[in-house]
Design a binder for this molecule. Structure first.
Ligand code: AMP
Length: 554
């Protein structure tokens, strides 16, 4: 017997068409570099995304070609999310916070043929363009200034389309988007998403026991559109017809709060750093902004401190913690305290549950593996989180498959270490990957160690992640100098600063006689992390210095 059901392929472009057909007048509001507001709607979004698809094909895009984007969150990036896919291309979001050499490597490795770039980010593009083989550069004139010679003007590019265009043939497993993530060792690695993976991720993400989005929400994604598909928000917004508020380059609480007030935002999402800053501003200025009651904030990318959850609760706002990775599309778990638990939990239990990473969302399988095999869900036994499911990557783009990343029986090894409680709530306790996550961006400790050990006065260096009240973590370097040699922290900082983005340079260099080692001779980082757990960071790092590593029109 066979099922009688149609085999209609899952396709993200269905959301584009649905948005044009049903939600035409729903607004899309974008903050421009000069802080003015650009107002558009789903009718325009639908029209222009299709024009972009046609223009890309006219410009020679072949199915599967990569189209890089180097853009902030705004209407044109949203159009590109769908226009590139509709053309048959693969949308490749480039992370503008990385060092130019890394962006160049990534654009080259992905073989980006086209690039769509904000005019305000052209100076950044100029720094890596020699490293990549981009054939056509399309510039979004956000400032209204003329586009420099040699580049295409986005408005003229899509303006030359006729609208007489139809979708190319596609399959639900076709590649549609890609994102690179930091490798523990070696270069960043690319994850390639499909229609099928993203449609299913979107449906799961919108469930009430997941993030619970609806067409009645007004959503402001603070998470950049170049981080793991902006956590799937663009796809979900188009599917539901949710009013979108896009903050452009202005991510400081003083910029976000008036926007949340004026546009009546009900849901937002971003890394803890954003909300740590916002909680302080709100507590210092009670009643200053008339926000919608019961705003929900989806927070992930790093562990969310319980104190932050409690702060927002006092302010009448709810944090929903999620956990995931670029490799998991990203949403894999979400923490809603009343899911399978009673409604009348004590405040302490409720907050403690919200501070876990939560339970696996439907269709994601999760297990924890210790040295002696799979661990029980008793809230005590710890092991590496391993996941599998329809939106979990089974490989990396053009990188040999390794046992460090995937198990023989087909699960993704996440490098996160956790215990799982009897009801399936995951609590991350550690990380096996040698990486530091600062303000939502990865820093490779191995790369930093190699750079520091390149200094002639340094014998050994170990770099560890140390908790930081604002950035979640910051790098701290423990250094042993060569016999008879001396070097200061300032000299080492300046030495490293030539090779890394400003925010990736360690804030502290601690000089010691010897670095503790394991029996096999590796640095014993667990001991170092324990030793420096309560390190007092000084001076406090400014938003400006770390959130924004590229020049902005502010
Ligand atoms: P990325 O691929 O850049 O999205 O980073 C994914 C990694 O961020 C995960 O493997 C975790 O190490 C970390 N991460 C994401 N969400 C959380 C969370 N809620 N709590 C703790 N760590 C998290």
């Amino acid at each position: 017997m066979q099922s009688t059901m149609m085999r209609t392929p899952l396709n993200l472009c269905h959301f584009l068409e649905r948005a044009g057909q049903r939600f035409g007048s729903v607004e899309i509001v974008s903050r421009m570099p000069d802080k003015s507001l650009h107002r558009s709607n789903y009718r325009e979004f639908h029209r222009r995304a299709r024009l972009l698809a046609e223009a890309l094909q006219r410009a020679g895009l072949r199915k599967g070609d990569r189209v890089g984007t180097l853009m902030w969150n705004h209407y044109a990036h949203f159009e590109s999310y769908f226009g590139v896919i509709a053309s048959g291309g693969v949308m490749h979001t480039l992370n503008l916070r990385l060092a130019p050499a890394d962006i160049g490597f990534i654009a080259n490795h992905a073989q980006d043929r086209f690039l769509i770039v904000d005019d305000v980010l052209l100076p950044l593009f100029e720094q890596f363009k020699a490293l990549a083989n981009i054939e056509q550069v399309i510039v979004v004139p956000l400032t209204g200034k003329p586009v420099p010679d040699g580049y295409l003007d986005y408005e003229a590019f899509i303006g030359a389309s006729t609208g007489d265009w139809d979708y190319p043939e596609s399959d639900e497993n076709d590649p549609i988007a890609m994102c690179y993530t930091s490798g523990t060792t070696g270069r960043p690695k690319g994850v390639v998403y499909s229609h099928r993976s993203q449609v299913l991720h979107t449906l799961s993400q919108c469930l009430p026991d997941s993030i619970g989005l609806s067409g009645r929400d007004v959503i402001l994604p603070v998470v950049p559109m170049f981080h793991a598909n902006a956590w799937g928000i663009p796809y979900a917004a188009a599917m539901l017809g949710t009013k979108l508020v896009l903050p452009g380059p202005h991510l400081h609480p003083d910029d976000l709060l008036p926007l949340m007030e004026s546009e009546k935002v009900t849901v937002s999402c971003g890394v803890p750093t954003i909300w740590l800053g916002m909680a302080q501003v709100l507590e210092r200025n009670p009643g200053k902004w008339k926000l919608q009651p019961g705003i929900r904030m989806m927070v992930g990318g790093a562990a969310v401190p319980e104190a932050l959850i409690r702060s927002f609760d006092r302010l009448g706002m709810t944090i929903i913690q999620g956990w995931g990775m670029t490799e998991t599309s990203p949403l894999a778990t979400v923490a809603k305290p009343t899911h399978t638990q009673p409604d009348d939990l004590s405040d302490d239990d409720r907050f403690a549950t919200m501070a876990t990473q939560g339970y696996a969302v439907p269709l994601v399988d999760l297990r924890i593996m210790g040295d002696d095999g799979e661990q029980p869900w008793d809230g005590k036994a710890v092991g590496e989180i391993q996941v599998r499911g329809p939106w979990i990557t089974a490989d990396y783009h053009d990188v040999e498959r390794s046992a460090d990343s995937f198990t023989d029986d087909g699960w993704l090894r996440t490098g996160d270490v956790a215990a799982v409680g009897p009801l399936g709530f995951v609590k991350i306790t550690d990380r096996t990957k040698d990486l530091i996550k600062s303000g939502g961006e990865w820093i490779s400790s191995v790369d930093l160690e190699n750079a520091i050990m390149g200094h002639p006065a340094v014998a050994e260096a170990a770099v560890i992640a140390v908790p930081h009240p604002k950035w979640s973590e910051r790098p701290l370097a423990v250094v042993v100098t060569k016999t008879g040699a001396t070097v200061s922290s300032e000299e080492l900082r300046a030495f490293v600063a030539t090779k890394f983005a400003k925010w990736a340079v360690p804030d502290a260099f601690i000089f010691v006689d010897a670095i503790p080692r394991t029996s096999t001779g590796k640095f014993l980082k667990t001991r170092l992390r324990e030793q420096f757990r309560d390190w007092q960071w000084e001076p406090p790092l400014s938003n400006e210095a770390l959130l924004m590593s590229v020049p902005l029109a502010r």
